[in-house]
Design a protein around this ligand. Structure first.
Ligand code: SAM
Ligand code: SF4
Length: 329
């Protein structure tokens, strides 16, 4: 079992497949900078599969592929197939995507063994969507959500980062979208991980406010008082309508005490927290010819260095060493 020095069981591995993206989301990678990692530093699928096998042997149960935009990498279904070989010890393979390329890959991803997808959707207004993401692609993303449902990914989760003055007026519309489309709509507080350095406390819409706004229009029922290591509080609609609401409030309702996550960047660095200021160079270990046992030992020792919590709300907060598209959300 993989545990950190605060006795948290680490069961979720998030792997960034690339730090590149075809979107320019205001809250993530607005200018497409800083410079992108070079090709030879990026882990190959074979390396990712090997590292994942070692992680799973240590107790990782869930793997999420993310980025940057993971579907920018060619042949992602091939990687999913390699990871599927780790089932049933690995119980869940998920993908977070902006959806742009999902429809053309959905069938192959499903056939390869992908269990779940999460698609980002910050606005239902085409003009506002483009304003936030930098691309005129609302229709494509809506198609992606439909495709995900059609191919039987269950549940289909949809992520919206809520930003004061940009899309907080759409909260109720996005909740209605969850009901109408039977998806799990997750509202996420804006975190200080954007490459544009625009984050400001005033731009954060607290989870409590989001919940209240939705509850005023569509009364909500908390699914479970005890959310375990989940990042979101989950709600159902009290009138029994389909769909679900998730509220992810890392800034105003910190959940670090239950964290079960560890991250691998596209260039093979282990990050023990989204907000880590240091990384651990697993790529060099793997490429130096280390055995599986040596890789396992490295992972174990790094996990013990996992931070107790984030410090966003402390006056001495120091920004993470890399921004969201590099880390993998
Ligand atoms: N490109 C894919 C996508 O957009 O879904 C996957 C990578 S993206 C970094 C993963 C998730 O992180 C997305 O749902 C995105 O909305 C969220 N995210 C990015 N920057 C964020 C920030 N500064 N605060 C909160 N969430 C953020
Ligand atoms: Fe790209 Fe996803 Fe970041 Fe948007 S949130 S810029 S789609 S990586």
């Amino acid at each position: 079992m993989l545990t950190d020095s605060y006795n948290r069981k680490i069961t979720d591995l998030r792997i960034s497949l690339t730090d590149r993206c075809n979107f320019r989301c205001f809250y993530c990678l607005p200018n497409g900078e800083p410079p992108l990692a070079r090709k030879e530093t990026i882990l190959t699928f074979e390396e990712i599969a090997r590292i994942s096998r070692v992680f799973v042997s240590l107790g990782i149960e869930k793997i999420r592929l993310t980025g940057g935009e993971p579907l920018i990498r060619r042949d992602v279904p091939q990687l999913v197939e390699l990871l599927s070989a780790l089932k049933p010890d690995l119980s869940d393979i998920a993908l977070t995507t902006n959806g742009f390329d999902l429809p053309r890959h959905a069938a192959a991803l499903k056939a390869a063994g992908l269990d779940r997808v999460t698609i980002s959707l910050d606005s239902l207004d085409p003009v506002n969507f483009e304003d936030i993401t930098g691309v005129d692609a609302l229709g494509k993303v809506l198609d992606a959500i439909a495709a995900a449902r059609e191919f039987g990914f269950d549940p289909v989760k949809v992520n919206a980062v809520v930003i004061r003055g940009r899309n907080d007026h759409e909260i109720v519309d996005l909740a209605r979208f969850a009901r109408d489309n039977a998806v799990s709509m997750r509202f996420i507080e804006f975190m200080p991980l954007d490459s544009g350095d625009e984050w400001d406390r005033d731009l954060v819409v607290p989870g409590r406010e989001i919940r209240k706004k939705i509850d005023g229009e569509f009364p909500l029922k908390l699914v479970d008082q005890n959310r375990g290591s989940e990042t979101s509080w989950k709600y159902r609609f009290a009138d029994g309508s389909p769909g679900e609401i998730g509220i992810i409030a890392p800034v105003t309702e910190m959940f670090c005490g239950q964290c079960s996550r560890i991250r691998l960047t596209a260039d093979g660095q282990i990050r023990t927290c989204l907000f880590s200021t240091t990384e651990h160079d697993l790529r060099s270990v793997v490429r130096s010819g280390a055995s599986d046992a040596e890789i396992a030992e490295f992972i174990r020792s790094v996990t013990l260095k996992k931070e107790p919590r984030h410090y966003i709300n402390d006056t001495a907060f120091k920004a993470a060493s890399r921004t969201m598209s590099f880390i993998g959300g």
